[in-house]
Design a protein. Structure first.
Length: 378
């Protein structure tokens, strides 16, 4: 799965525009060919990778940003005739072209709110270049002060903190724990760096190590959630299939036509007869793979997390009759009259569904462009 298109576009559009500028001028030559090759590599990474941090890190570790800018500067110098005599460009010419490329990048970044956290380091490059220094002095200052390292380093802290924020909104505790560990690692690398910028390769390797360590546990968490959720629905549907409202409920409705009523009744009978057996099969899988039984559901961290987050679809009253019906949900069994009466009462009042269930709006994060504004002054 490729990197999110809007994210990839916000990163690559600067370089696409620079190549369009060169093409629009009708420029040709080795520098233009190399620009195109570098951009092709950027585009390929955007399609191959699905993680924005890994994407930006690869762009940095492969030196693609710097290479593209260098070739762009050479292409413009060739176009202006500064190299037409075969002479090497002067320091003044090199500084002018380098600053032009960085200045254009700065303007593009400033126009994109999602890049607010990257603007300061690019602005610093431009400010150094405009301070009246020579080209060699410009390069020396940028190197000594770690500015070039800052350009190549992943500016990951805002992204990691945003991922933690999103994981908290989505009530994904393992992801919160994992992202927090990544953030702590990032800050250790920053503290260890003389310039406050972590080495991009070291950061990427450490990040992947943490994510790979958590991946099995996160997959297991989701599998357990899915399986007990299905077990609850099997018991819930089984009880409801014996209720007087079952023939009119969408869960069993036929597709219409002359035999629709017969199909509906056959669907109801299938639920009554088959759900107990399906439950037993799923219980066995639940125990064989996770060492858990029906009674363990209610105290398991996955259930307690969803319940506390108001993500359980069933109301408390509905959960009570699901728990009470479990022992009766066996092949050939039938819910008690009391349970059927409870189910019908809840159905008629609509109280079978949790009234305060968390809404999609409550779980929707703010846009990253808004989130990152707090880093503008950093």
């Amino acid at each position: 799965m490729p990197v999110d298109k809007s994210t990839a576009d916000s990163i690559l559009d600067t370089y696409r525009n620079m190549l369009r500028d060169v093409d629009g001028r009708g420029l040709e030559g080795e520098a233009v060919d190399k620009m195109r090759a570098v951009l092709d590599r950027m585009e390929a990474l955007a399609q191959e990778l699905d993680d924005v941090i890994e994407f930006t890190t690869r762009l940095s570790t492969e030196n693609l940003f710097v290479d593209f800018s260098n070739y762009y500067g050479k292409a413009l110098m060739a176009a202006s005739g500064q190299n037409s005599t075969g002479k090497e460009p002067t320091d003044e010419e090199l500084l002018k072209q380098t600053l032009a490329a960085y200045d254009e990048s700065l303007q593009t970044l400033e126009a994109e709110p999602a890049h607010a956290h990257i603007v300061p380091i690019v602005r610093k490059v431009v400010d150094i270049g405009r301070s009246g220094v020579s080209y060699p002095e410009f390069l020396r200052i940028c190197e000594v002060e770690g500015v070039f390292l800052g350009l190549n380093s992943p500016h990951a802290k805002p992204v990691i903190e945003y991922e933690i924020y999103c994981a908290k909104l989505g009530h994904r505790p393992l992801e919160v724990k994992m992202r927090t560990e990544v953030l702590e690692m990032y800050e250790r690398l920053v503290a260890r760096s003389a310039f406050g910028w972590p080495d991009p390769l070291e950061y990427e390797l450490a990040r992947q190590k943490i994510e790979w360590a958590y991946e099995p546990e996160m997959i297991k968490w989701k599998m357990i959630e899915d399986r007990w959720d299905r077990m609850l629905s099997l018991v819930h549907d089984w009880v409801d299939s014996f209720c007087s409202f079952a023939p009119t409920d969408a869960r069993w409705a036929g597709m219409g036509g002359a035999n629709s009523r017969a199909v509906t009744m056959r669907n109801i009978k299938r639920t009554q007869q088959c759900n107990p057996g399906r439950l037993k099969v799923r219980e066995k899988i639940f125990h064989d793979y996770f060492g858990l039984q029906w009674a363990d559901i209610w105290t398991h961290p996955t259930y307690r997390n969803q319940y506390a987050a108001r993500m359980i679809w069933y109301s408390d009253a509905c959960l009570d009759y699901i728990k009470a019906a479990y022992d009766l949900c066996v092949p050939g069994g039938r819910p008690s009259d009391d349970l059927i009466a409870q189910a019908e009462k809840l159905y008629s009042s609509g109280a079978f569904k949790r009234a305060d269930m968390i809404s999609a709006e409550e779980m929707r994060p703010m846009e990253f462009a808004q989130w990152v504004q707090k880093y503008v002054s950093l």
